[in-house]
Design a protein around this ligand. Structure first.
Ligand code: ZN
Length: 493
């Protein structure tokens, strides 16, 4: 196959030749066989041993360079498949047609389709490193997984005894100058209870209180910012209201996703007699804004008339509201090993209470599996306690752990400590800095890659564009186009 001429001027040539190959051979998820066979042939010619495991992953092994036999081996990992998306007008067939890369304004892009830089550039970098005879290094293993984008089939099917190295670098991230040294694991605590609807007595009035305007966010990224959780705030409002007037709960809904901070919550309430709550609510709104000053300036509380036939039983209402009121949300513990990083947290992401039953979901995360399990257990105990004290009907009540992802950490050491992971991070930071100094960033956007948390000053996305003159230079960092798929996707219809 003859690679696209687009690559002829790019350097390092070795990396871009491999990327050209990846563009030329279709590689949708679960359809990586042709590319894998091609890479096995390439490895055979390059004197690199290759094997394919039961899940279809390709494992390549290049021995240590002379004199480095005692150096610890490193595993480099990337995935062979790519996200296949195209504009509705494109006739492109991802099972058959090569990607057509073009250079535009210093960016390598694909017309009408995703480029496949995720994770093609990672694969290309690994292949170039494997065959580079000038590197002095210990043994290098390449783990090129399949089916990452459509269910992680390759990673899930990998048998750990296949790999010899004890340090693995995953080359599938997209933020310039950022390295991940660990990942939180997590579990979902899903609480469900059946209820007995109670008919609304004649003459009662019904209205809906809405809490809106919160910033929301991702529970894995923004949990430490102390943003408002609409569910927790609404339950607090209902708790205060109960001290003033009797009411019965018709429904409570809040949040839309288990991993998103709830932006809105809606409570429908029934009252024995008509009353005007607007002043009281205005006071609540002012109090909440004061409590969240500088964080949630747009928070609003409003009330509108509503209608209903049934409401929750009185004890169900008490158990749910008391348990939700006491339930944890937010940061439980900061890491003592990685300063400034949340160790354990949970997000009360969704609640839906109706007269016939209700549910809520807590997503618990922790860098330490034990931390996630302990917090999840506490949440379950909290709801179990509510049930026992109030002798609610237990039929259908319960909880389940929906899913558990295990956490991982490169090592337990602190920044600057002697462990391999931190030493490698320091080395990577130096490489980034060296590459960055060769780029023509405006002075104001240069940053130093200190440790830890050197992402704080990283250049913004716009500065990752490489000027045409830069393309002759040897920095592939800026041209790797890892941010490209995101752009390409956002431009798709
Ligand atoms: Zn990826």
């Amino acid at each position: 196959m003859s690679p696209s001429p687009v690559f002829s001027d790019l350097s390092p040539a070795e990396v871009w030749q491999h990327f050209a190959t990846l563009c030329a051979i279709p590689r949708a998820s679960k359809q990586e066989a042709a590319l894998r066979a091609h890479l096995q042939d390439w490895a055979a010619q390059a004197g690199i041993s290759a094997e394919v495991d039961a899940a279809g992953n390709l494992l390549l092994l290049s021995p240590a360079s002379p004199g480095c036999e005692q150096v610890p081996g490193v595993i480099l990992q990337a995935h062979l498949d790519m996200v296949c998306q195209k504009n509705s007008t494109s006739p492109h067939d991802f099972s058959r047609d090569p990607i057509q890369p073009v250079l535009r304004d210093g960016w390598l892009v694909a017309d009408e389709t995703t480029l496949g830089a995720d994770n093609g550039i990672g694969v290309a970098l690994i292949l170039a490193a494997l065959s580079d005879r000038t590197l002095r290094r210990g043994p290098l293993e390449a783990l090129l997984t399949v089916d990452e984008e459509a269910g992680m089939g390759g990673a899930r099917g990998l048998s750990p005894d296949r790999l010899k190295g004890r340090l693995m670098l995953n080359l599938d991230t997209e933020a310039w100058g950022e390295f991940y040294l660990g990942c939180a694991g997590g579990m979902d605590v899903d609480i469900r209870r059946d209820g007995e609807p109670e008919p609304l007595p004649a003459g009662w009035t019904v209205c809906e209180i809405a809490l809106r305007g919160l910033r929301g966010g991702h529970s894995g990224v923004d949990i430490h910012e102390e943003r408002g959780n609409a569910i927790k705030l609404m339950v607090g409002v209902l708790h205060d209201l109960a001290a003033h007037v009797p009411y019965r709960l018709v429904s409570l809904r809040g949040g839309t996703a288990r991993n998103a901070l709830a932006r809105e919550a809606f409570a429908t309430l029934a009252f024995p007699e008509a009353l005007d709550l607007s002043d009281w609510l205005a006071g609540q709104q002012a109090g909440l804004r004061e409590h969240l000053r500088g964080i949630e300036a747009q928070l609003s509380l409003s009330i509108t008339p509503a209608s209903a036939r049934d409401m929750l039983g009185a004890e169900e209402q008490f158990v749910w509201l008391a348990s939700l009121h006491a339930a944890p949300h937010g940061v439980r513990r900061m890491s003592r090993q990685v300063p400034g990083v949340v160790e354990t947290s949970n997000n009360l992401g969704m609640v839906d209470l109706q007269p016939a039953g209700g549910s809520c979901n807590f997503m618990v995360r922790s860098l330490v599996d034990r931390g996630a399990e302990a917090l999840a257990d506490e949440i379950v105990s909290l709801f179990a306690l509510g049930v026992r004290n109030h002798r609610c009907a237990l039929s259908g009540a319960g909880y389940r752990f929906l899913r558990a992802d295990h956490s991982w950490r490169t090592c337990a050491g602190r920044a600057g400590g002697g462990c391999l992971g931190w030493r490698l991070l320091a080395l990577a930071a130096q490489c980034i800095e060296r590459a960055r100094s060769r780029l023509i960033f405006p002075e104001s956007q240069r940053s130093t890659a200190g440790l830890p948390g050197f992402s704080a000053q990283r250049p913004r996305m716009a500065s990752q564009r490489a000027s045409p003159s830069l393309l002759e230079r040897s920095s592939f960092w800026a041209k790797a186009g890892k941010s490209r798929p995101r752009r390409a996707r956002s431009s798709l219809a």
